[in-house]
Design a binder for this molecule. Structure first.
Ligand code: ATP
Ligand code: MG
Length: 351
């Protein structure tokens, strides 16, 4: 695989603020790479350095093997879809998409052809004359994306492009973006604070916190094998148990022994076990599970596809359990006593 973008030991300071703190990563050609992290962790700053709107305080960025330090934004093979879209409200759809091409003095017939292609790509053929104010939120989003794609950048940078959309539209746009990505083959660097989006779309995810990359890997690696409490928690609200590890068993105060899967490198004695809500079974009787505990339902939320329960355990910890509704004819009531449990391979030990 060819490397398209390399960020090497890059730090960005704004006065006293360290927005990005010595990060390194590489993005391969044609990859869908996501930067995922909470507000203020340095995602936008990283994108702005890649496309040249900010200069790193330290470190270097390479695109297609070439150092970018002295290359201005308009000479870089990148394009950015901004966090707040920034379509020109006084121009129609055609002029918005054509804008970048006109600056590059592309002949008008060629522009016409390319705008038409772009509108077909986002399934909005015939929208040329529409005003921006006559578009829905999702349509604006699509126009913003093709306005950045029409220049045929080697790398497209997207800064939370689905931010202002409602949940249903976001889900549709996620599917749409993946399709666009497949059709154009461009390298995508995608910024989001939404773990669901990052997991669904990415080939590779870098999780950021306070300016640093704290874990990098495929969506499956990040979700199933988080390397820290922060990642485990951020990527999908998980349950934690703290205890002392010895010979494949973690002893948790007032609860008892939790059997953990072998083969995890554990050196510390005090560890955290992370168990995702959807990996926990709940019932009146539970058989054939490695770990089973008694609990009491304190809350239940019916959500159609699943039920989310809060279960109080004997050590006073409150567990979140998400149970599918397949084959279920009732839901447990508040106050009801239940058993909860999971298999050792469905939990993760974090030091
Ligand atoms: N021009 C600037 N001057 C001073 N501080 C800045 C500047 N730009 C960003 N920062 C600070 O750098 C940090 C990282 O900001 P950045 O915009 O990269 O975060 P982000 O991860 O994109 O957050 P969000 O998800 O809210 O968009 C923040 O603490 C921010 O306040
Ligand atoms: Mg941002």
């Amino acid at each position: 695989m060819k490397i398209d973008v390399e960020v090497k030991n890059v730090t960005k300071k704004f006065g006293e603020v360290i927005a990005v703190d010595n990060i390194s990563f590489t993005v391969e050609k044609g990859q869908f790479f996501s930067l995922l992290g909470p507000s203020g962790c340095g995602k936008t700053t990283t994108l702005r350095m890649i496309c040249g709107f900010e200069t790193p305080t330290e470190g270097e960025i390479f695109i297609d093997g070439k150092p970018m330090t002295n290359v201005p934004p308009y000479k870089r093979p990148t394009n950015l879809v901004f966090q707040n879209l920034a379509l020109f409200p006084h121009m129609n759809v055609y002029d918005n998409i054509a804008f970048g091409l006109r600056i590059k003095k592309v002949p008008e017939p060629e522009i016409q052809k390319r705008v038409k292609e772009m509108l077909e790509l986002v399934r909005l053929p015939g929208y040329e004359k529409r005003k921006i104010s006559q578009l829905s939120g999702g349509e604006k989003q699509r126009i913003a994306i093709v306005r950045a794609l029409v220049n045929r950048p080697a790398v497209l940078l997207l800064d939370e492009p689905l931010g202002p959309l409602d949940l249903k539209l976001r889900e549709e746009m996620v599917v749409e973006l993946k399709r666009i990505k497949r059709e154009v083959g461009t390298t995508f660097i995608y910024v989001t604070h939404d773990q669901g989006e990052a997991l669904t779309m990415s080939d590779k995810i870098a999780v950021m916190n306070k300016g640093k990359i704290v874990q990098m890997g495929t969506p499956l690696e990040i979700y199933e094998r988080p390397n820290s409490k922060f990642v485990a928690d951020f990527i999908g609200g998980t349950n934690f148990f703290e205890g002392r590890y010895r010979d494949g068993v973690v002893e948790v105060d007032k609860l008892g022994k939790i059997i953990v899967a072998p083969g995890q490198r554990i050196s510390k004695k005090t560890v955290l076990i992370s168990v995702k809500p959807e990996k926990i079974s709940i019932g009146k009787k539970l058989r054939k599970l490695d770990n089973v505990f008694d609990g009491k339902i304190t809350e239940s939320f019916y959500q159609g596809k699943s039920v989310t329960y809060k279960v109080l355990l004997e050590n006073d910890s409150l567990l979140t359990v998400v149970a599918p509704t397949t084959g279920v004819e009732f839901i447990f009531k508040i106050g009801e006593r239940v058993k909860i449990g999971w298999n050792k391979r469905d939990a993760r030990v974090i030091e």
